[in-house]
Write a protein that binds this ligand. Structure first.
Ligand code: RUG
Length: 808
């Protein structure tokens, strides 16, 4: 999509005038942003149209990625980059006296996800389009995104994120593609002809699902795929039933909020209704599109792949069955065989509390026909397994309906031809420890697809200064083929290149330091080590371990005022689920420790703690390029993959890591000497579990350093945490430290000492940093989605893709 400066400026001014009857000099940043956005949308619309027309003409098999979360952040800059407009627009705006950055700033973050899971979905959408693959997203258009986090007196306070307040320039409402979704009521099966049963419904509630489509622009390849997000409305025919505002609100609330919990849930009925709502709407729209291909429904699996991202969309399986059985009149056997070929599922966690289960009563009431189908899937599964060699225990462990609950992971596994984990260790644990019975039944379904990140957003856009150094040093091919970052290894002894990379890091640190001062009043030096932990606040991620080390450093300085550690800034970014009190307790403790340390003159600025409010994609884009140290310190076995580890590495941070999730693959890629690992291994963790031999109190009693740190929580050293400090103390000592923080403390401190030692030897550190950048090309989502495409979805680029890229 090419445009010249002259064309752009002319069109921009015209559009601004048309839209707002204004000239550039009178318009606000918001008006300019909307003008630019609408102009871009108009420009890529024809490519968008062509892309799906080409898919249609070629009867291209497409994948539909069903995810209850998408976390794209801002789209303006990445759309400009992918359209190949970025430079022209930046320069043209500058000529007109407009700073593109100001327009970027007015765009709200599209925060329709909680963390890694939603961000991964958005990286995949970018990569699928950028690799020219036929794939689309399907999700919910929440009216409110993930809450905005504020700190008041050190406590997390949640405010609504009204992100649609000023409209959304990227979305297109498609009224003509709306569908109806049904809930509640009674259903019974009636024999319509000999041997053929059909459901008959009474008293159902009907809601309208209206799609809002957003174009997913491929990187300079003229392709535009679609993310379709569904919003609820009351159908015109049903208006009379809902006369009061309260009744209407209750229904419209269905797509109002993103559930801000990764694991615990309130409002379960609404959450279950959300899951069915976007699943049913999505599948109906896929089948409707499929019918325009004029292909027999018996072959739908050759044209459609559906991916279930975590268990939230697992109802895809019974919903697809419902359509094949009730609307397309297929036999159960054939419908099931097709469903299996269409569906695939990714598991993102082994944390037991995140394994979704729904009460039978609730599903039966809300989705009576879907429940019948789940029951029948389960009945046939149990029957089949009992006929095969499996013993009763295996069948008991794997069936879908147990103790009055529907196990969504079991439904997803039984109904999918592929089940993957998101890092090698995680996929291994699924087979050996979490789902061994399923693995014994379906060994061929299990596979690994290590996560990846979109290097366009996480390097090209967010770290322009490093990108320029790379272009100058190794050429620009890495922008299309990130594996070419390896060329950087040729320069590991080149002082000039090392210095340039260092200078670009320093520039990014200065930018972050300015932001920190503006937003929190804390002054930090860009010459300090920037030590970063950015992720959801969760006990297993062990922000507490980080905090305990900081307290130790503080106590060391107090005890020995002459000590001279290299200055450090410990930077946190993390939201806690509103109902997760322990996580909120940790936030409060970090904030109070920050108050104490940042204002203690004895510390002489050797340590600073900065907990930035409202961690989101845009903030990540600012923090990551400035990081020296990447904290990836979850207890081994608990973090399925992690993706901030990949983003930080790509930006030259050195990883300080446990042997968990994708950290292990990062270590294998960069080599032991370019990462700092510590902590117990998965085998040691399971050993403790098996022998029940862990005793936190013995660490407290026998290790004076640990004792001194833990006591700081309860002896008044850290002010204003009387209750919170006790809660932390109890979690560690009374409740035996569920995540082995005390067990790993010593080796974590040693690893931190090693980090400091390496940093002080700047030449050594700079080489480590370079090697991390050079090896990060292996962790891009482009590579990951290509593996999904080849091995799971069996989709391909259009036949002429790559020849001309502009497909007509
Ligand atoms: O916790 C996991 C991360 O380890 C992983 O990197 C990410 C993407 O695969 O998914 C996260 N996750 C898991 N988010 N929600 C869940 C459980 O539903």
């Amino acid at each position: 999509m090419k445009i010249t400066k002259e064309q752009f400026q002319k069109e921009f001014k015209n559009r601004l005038n048309e839209k707002y009857a204004m000239g550039v000099e009178d318009a606000s940043a918001n008006e300019l942003y909307n003008t630019l956005g609408s102009m871009m949308r108009a420009a890529y619309s024809s490519k968008w149209h062509h892309t799906w027309k080409n898919y249609l003409a070629n009867q291209q098999k497409q994948v539909y990625y069903f995810s209850i979360e998408f976390l794209p952040g801002k789209l303006l800059e990445s759309n400009l980059l992918n359209m190949d407009w970025l430079e022209v627009v930046e320069e043209s705006l500058e000529d007109m006296g407009i700073d593109l950055k100001e327009l970027i700033n007015v765009e709200p973050d599209m925060g329709l996800g909680n963390g890694g899971l939603g961000r991964l979905a958005s990286c995949f959408m970018d990569s699928i389009a950028s690799c020219g693959l036929p794939g689309n997203g399907n999700g919910i258009r929440y009216q409110y995104g993930l809450f905005k986090q504020k700190f008041i007196d050190g406590y997390q306070v949640e405010l609504p994120d009204d992100w649609l307040n000023n409209g959304n320039v990227w979305e297109v409402r498609k009224d003509s593609k709306a569908v109806n979704v049904h809930f509640f009521g009674d259903v019974h099966l009636e024999e319509v002809e000999y041997g053929k049963l059909k459901p008959v419904y009474k008293n159902q509630q009907m809601l309208r699902a209206v799609p809002y489509d957003t174009g997913m622009i491929g990187y300079k390849n003229e392709m535009v795929n679609t993310v379709r997000l569904w919003s609820v409305e009351i159908p015109a025919s049903e208006e009379v039933h809902y006369r009061s505002i309260e009744e209407r609100r209750a229904l419209e609330d269905l797509t109002a909020v993103l559930y801000p919990d990764d694991s615990n849930e309130k409002g379960r009925l609404t959450r279950l209704a959300q899951e069915y709502f976007f699943v049913s709407a999505g599948i109906q729209s896929i089948v409707r599109y499929f019918k325009t291909l004029n292909v027999s429904i018996h072959n739908i699996h050759e044209y459609v792949a559906i991916h279930i991202n975590d268990t939230h969309p697992a109802l895809c399986i019974p919903e697809f069955m419902r359509i094949l059985l009730d609307e397309e009149d297929l036999t159960w056997e054939e419908a099931w065989a097709i469903t299996l070929k269409v569906m695939s599922y990714t598991n993102h966690t082994i944390m037991a509390e995140a394994m979704e289960k729904w009460s039978v009563d609730m599903i039966k009431r809300l989705l009576p026909r879907i429940y019948q189908i789940i029951e029948e899937i389960d009945r046939r599964f149990v029957e089949d397994m009992s006929l095969k060699v499996y013993d009763g225990k295996v069948v008991e462990n794997t069936k879908i309906i147990k103790h009055g609950e529907v196990h969504m992971a079991h439904l997803a596994i039984i109904g999918s031809h592929s089940i993957n984990g998101v890092a090698k260790l995680h996929s291994e644990l699924l087979k050996t420890t979490v789902l061994p019975d399923f693995y014994s039944i379906y060994p061929n379904r299990f596979n690994n697809k290590t996560n990846g990140i979109a290097q366009r957003r996480w390097l090209q856009l967010s770290n322009r200064s490093l990108s320029e150094v790379l272009d100058k040093t190794i050429g620009t091919t890495w922008r299309h083929d990130p594996l070419d970052l390896r060329l950087l290894l040729n320069y590991q002894d080149d002082e000039k290149v090392l210095e340039e990379i260092y200078q670009s890091k320093r520039k990014n640190k200065k930018r972050l330091a300015d932001f920190i001062e503006d937003h929190s009043g804390i002054v930090v030096s860009p010459d300090a080590i920037f030590d970063v932990q950015i992720k959801r606040l969760h006990a297993y991620k062990r922000q507490l371990l980080n905090l305990m080390h900081i307290i130790k450093c503080y106590q060391d300085i107090k005890e020995n005022p002459e000590s001279k550690p290299h200055p450090r800034v410990f930077i946190f970014g993390a939201k806690a689920a509103p109902s997760y009190t322990y996580a909120k307790t940790i936030i409060k403790c970090i904030n109070e420790t920050a108050q104490l340390i940042n204002n203690d003159p004895d510390v002489k600025d050797l340590i600073k703690i900065v907990f930035l409010e409202n961690y989101n994609v845009s903030l990540a884009e600012l923090i990551i390029p400035a990081a020296d140290v990447s904290e990836q310190i979850s207890l081994a076995t608990k973090e399925a993959s992690g993706t901030s580890n990949m983003k930080l590495m790509l930006n030259g941070a050195v990883t300080l890591a446990t042997l968990d999730g994708a950290n292990i693959e990062i270590r294998d890629a960069v080599g032991d000497e370019n990462i700092c690992t510590f902590g117990i291994t998965k085998d040691e963790v399971y050993d403790y579990y098996q022998n029940q031999s862990y005793s936190a109190v013995s660490y407290y009693e026998n290790d004076p350093v640990i004792r001194r740190v833990i006591e700081a929580f309860i002896d008044g050293t850290i002010p204003n945490i009387y209750h919170e400090g006790t809660e932390i103390f109890d979690s560690l000592i009374r409740y035996n430290d569920e995540f082995f923080v005390l067990r790993d403390f010593k080796s974590y401190v040693e690893a931190q000492e090693k980090i400091e030692e390496c940093y002080k030897d700047q030449n050594h550190w700079r080489k480590m940093s370079l090697r991390n950048i050079a090896h990060a090309g292996a962790f891009t989502s482009d590579e990951t989605v290509k593996n999904y495409a080849d091995e799971i979805w069996h989709i391909d680029t259009l036949p002429n893709y790559g020849d001309e890229k502009g497909l007509e």
